[in-house]
Ligand binder design. Structure first.
Ligand code: PLP
Length: 402
């Protein structure tokens, strides 16, 4: 089998790291202050200001942000939380870790976001919260979700892992609901390696999340990380070890300063793909809705094998052979064996999420990419999808069998 391997593999979701954050990490290393300290406090303040939020608490992952928000929303074992069938497993796992029961709603086929009509159908007397995910950076219909939450007295916990720059009708994602949860994982729009943040409307929720993120120790425990006089702490709840380190926050502070510039770059890349790939036998993402701001976190296309004449998985395989990394966001939640065994979910009960999960591919869209990289991606996609009349086959198959 012929393999045309090039040295320059285009890694999917490579973070754009610059000298400022490298120097910041080096400074932390030299100072010896690696753990939670002043840089975490500064990152919380900067993030809060960027998001026009009231309170921000930094944690060590987006999953931790979700887990603590669900607990702080007073959701108890046996309660139900409605979320989308098309998300990363962490969204659903965080609900399970809190002892609550996740209930899935199907997505809208065009926005790929949770469908508010489906939410209504899933409400029971045990429902306590809605957990929408702003998929790919496109905001959910927050008017409809807020209306449902008001009528049924439900909390809203927004999964903003893809949505740092997202806005809905002038509101910044993560500030309309009770809690907004962010991830700074390597592939995210602000990357700290691992990291997360919770935005809250209420001071007491922020205080509780902060306490739960550090073993449930009273707030005096945080003074252990300052040069103030020693104070004894008390354990007030059985918490977790979810605190962010200065090493991570130091990266985040500088990444956040470039968040808008990087957003502009990704918007250009997104629009370039939209133009260059139109006319090919694949489904492109729908344009952003009016009066919203898309974060352009992911650029996902759908490959229907009966139209494109190639399966999604063969497409990915061929892209990899052409040294281009792609992603799958996501196979639908009910396709995973754990959830099937535990909750009896069937993929066909969530037809839109299932179809998207089986056909979706994410093309590289990091701010790190240049126009030459993008040309390479577009050329590869065009090559794969071009029908070779002489051989009566798609070029992809010609590569695959050569
Ligand atoms: C939609 C969604 N929710 C939650 C998470 C969890 O974030 P983290 O990896 O920082 O725990 C991710 C991260 O990949 C995500 O994409």
């Amino acid at each position: 089998m012929k393999r045309n391997i090039r040295n320059d593999f285009l890694v999917f979701g490579a973070p754009a790291i610059e000298e400022a954050e490298i120097q910041e990490v080096v400074a932390s290393m030299r100072s010896g202050w690696l753990g939670t300290g002043p840089k975490v406090a500064r990152f919380e303040k900067d993030f809060c200001a960027y998001k026009d939020a009231r309170y921000a608490v930094a944690v060590n992952s987006g999953t931790a942000a979700l887990h603590l928000s669900i607990i702080a929303a007073d959701i108890k074992p046996g309660d139900e939380v409605i979320t989308t069938a098309l998300t990363f497993c962490a969204t659903v796992n965080a609900i399970i870790h809190s002892g609550a029961r996740p209930v899935l709603a199907d997505v809208d086929p065009f926005t790929m976001n949770i469908d508010s009509n489906q939410i209504e159908r899933k409400i029971t007397p045990r429902t306590r919260a809605i957990l929408p995910v702003h998929f790919a950076g496109r905001p959910c219909n927050m008017d409809a979700i807020s209306d449902i939450s008001e009528r049924h007295d439900l909390k809203i916990i927004e999964d903003c892992a893809h949505a740092i720059e997202t806005e809905y009708k002038g509101y910044k994602a993560g500030t309309t609901g009770d809690f907004g949860c962010f991830s700074f994982y390597v592939t995210k729009n602000v990357a700290t390696g691992e990291g997360g943040m919770v935005l809250t409307q209420r001071e007491e929720d922020a205080a509780r999340i902060k306490m739960l993120a550090l073993h449930g120790m009273s707030k005096d425990a945080w003074k252990r990380f300052s040069d103030e006089d020693y104070k004894h702490y008390q354990v007030e709840e059985c918490g977790f070890k979810y605190n962010m380190m200065d090493l991570q926050a130091g990266i985040g502070i500088h990444q956040l300063q470039r968040v808008e510039n990087n957003w502009k770059k990704r918007r250009e890349l997104w629009n370039f793909y939209q133009q260059s790939l139109s006319g090919f036998p694949i489904e492109l993402p729908s344009d952003p809705e009016p009066n919203t701001r898309h974060a352009y976190h992911l650029y996902t296309v759908l490959i229907d094998p009966s139209v494109a004449m190639i399966s999604r998985d063969d497409f990915i395989e061929t892209m990899t052979r052409k040294n281009i990394g792609t992603g799958v966001h996501y196979r639908s939640i009910p396709e995973h064996p754990y959830y099937q065994k535990t909750f009896g979910w069937k993929p066909e009960d969530y037809p839109n999420a299932m179809r998207i999960g089986q056909q979706t591919v994410s093309l590289p869209i990091s701010a790190k990419l240049n126009t030459e990289d993008l040309d390479r991606v577009v050329e590869a996609v065009q090559d794969i999808l071009t029908y070779d009349k002489a051989r009566d086959a798609h070029i992809a198959y010609v590569y695959a069998t050569a």
